[in-house]
Design a protein around this ligand. Structure first.
Ligand code: HEC
Ligand code: HEC
Ligand code: HEC
Ligand code: HEC
Ligand code: HEC
Length: 267
């Protein structure tokens, strides 16, 4: 046993020696090669730090910042539009209609639901909650309004739907065709809904309903003014000939975008 142990020691000692020899060879090798190696290492680190920094700031900007900026809230009741549009008689207007005075009813009041929901009809836990917590107690559901504008903004549905003939989807997206209420996001600083300034942190907009900032209102107003429907669409045989009508003066234009027209949209 002891002899084999000694042998093992000897072997390891020899190995140490050869390792030292290798070290010596390496230090003896020309210094240029070593410098080059170090340089590469330095550059690698710089690139690495750059990537970490980039990924880090992207994560902060695109993911963490929006999470911090907006708090998420669930609607008190999950509402199924598709199911209801199928059961009511007049589609959207059964619940979202214009009153006699031309004002828009907005989100329906409890009174519009009780005819059907006096008692629980089905197995749906959301319906049970709705009937027990609101219908039975005669309490209005505190719905969160995705499109809610600041109090200083004046918006009339009649001007847009009746006169402007603008479709709900252009401004609201496909809420009327949804089976669940989506999450409501509230800006922690302003208290405004995220639907006003939009989902995209960089301010990009793919659909007309992605955002409803001042510029978005004005953008559509400008487009509508550019083509006064009744006049400009008349055919005229020779394009350079003077037309038998005048371009409307800005005072005649119903849809305002001018800087002096703040009080069209603000109160
Ligand atoms: C049975 C009643 C009912 C009918 C019918 C109905 N809705 Fe609604 N609607 C509601 C209720 C309740 C809410 C609030 C809950 C929510 O936002 O999910 C709402 C919310 C909305 C909103 C969100 C407004 C906002 O900014 O928060 C839009 C847009 C909307 N409805 C459009 C439609 C359209 C379009 C139709 C027809 C295709 C329709 N609704 C049919 C009851 C109804
Ligand atoms: C024309 C009748 C009718 C009216 C009006 C009506 N509902 Fe319903 N509702 C139904 C039917 C039918 C169901 C399906 C019940 C089942 O079988 O589960 C239902 C289901 C529901 C449910 C459970 C499914 C879901 O949407 O998540 C909720 C919550 C609800 N209704 C809320 C409302 C509210 C709020 C109003 C008023 C704005 C309303 N209902 C108006 C007929 C009606
Ligand atoms: C030109 C854009 C536009 C169109 C078109 C439009 N809306 Fe709106 N809607 C808005 C804005 C902006 C608000 C928020 C108004 C406010 O905060 O004063 C709103 C608010 C609402 C609300 C919530 C109101 C409340 O206070 O309860 C409902 C519900 C709604 N719209 C439904 C509809 C339906 C249904 C249609 C189609 C028939 C429609 N809207 C068409 C822009 C539009
Ligand atoms: C998709 C197009 C569109 C969008 C988006 C839109 N509007 Fe309009 N708006 C119109 C049209 C079209 C009219 C003109 C209706 C008419 O008088 O014939 C109008 C009219 C108005 C009027 C009445 C102007 C007047 O002189 O009587 C006000 C106020 C107004 N819009 C405010 C807003 C506000 C605030 C927003 C944004 C929250 C908005 N609009 C977004 C198309 C739009
Ligand atoms: C086409 C309609 C429209 C016109 C015209 C308009 N605004 Fe606005 N304005 C809005 C809407 C919608 C908002 C809310 C959304 C936002 O912050 O962009 C707003 C928001 C604002 C805010 C921020 C208010 C807040 O509570 O956050 C200020 C300040 C403002 N507008 C000033 C002006 C001034 C000054 C003018 C005239 C030069 C003007 N606006 C003309 C639609 C309009």
């Amino acid at each position: 046993m002891s002899t084999s142990d000694d042998k093992a020691k000897e072997v390891s000692a020899e190995a140490d020696v050869s390792a030292e020899a290798v070290d010596e060879v390496e230090t003896a090798s020309p210094p240029k090669v070593n410098e080059k190696k170090q340089d590469n290492g330095g550059l690698g680190f710089i690139i690495l730090f750059f990537i970490i920094g980039l990924v880090g700031s992207l994560a902060v900007g695109w993911w963490i910042f929006p999470k911090l900026l907006y708090s998420q809230k669930k609607q008190p009741i999950d509402f199924n539009h598709v199911l209801h549009v199928g059961t009511v008689e007049e589609g959207c207007e059964s619940c979202h209609y214009f009153r006699e005075d031309g004002s828009f009813s907005g989100v329906p009041k409890l009174a519009q639901c009780v005819d059907c929901h006096e008692e629980v009809m089905g197995e749906d836990p959301e319906e049970l909650k709705f009937v027990e917590e609101y219908v039975a107690k005669g309490k209005e559901v505190p719905w969160l309004i995705y499109s809610r504008q600041p109090d200083s903004v004046f918006f009339s549905h009649a001007a847009h739907i009746k006169m402007g003939k603008v479709d709900c989807v252009i401004c609201h997206g496909y809420i009327g065709e949804s089976t669940h209420s989506r999450v409501y996001e509230e800006n922690r600083f302003t208290g405004y809904s995220r639907d006003i300034w939009g989902k995209n942190i960089a301010g990009l907009k793919k659909n007309t309903w992605d955002r409803m900032k001042m510029d978005d209102c004005a953008e559509c107003h400008a487009e509508n003014r550019a083509v006064p429907k009744t006049v400009e669409t008349l055919p005229w045989p020779i394009s350079w000939m003077p037309r038998p009508y005048e371009k409307p003066a800005s005072s005649q234009i119903r849809v305002h975008i001018e800087k002096d027209a703040c009080f069209v949209c603000h109160k």
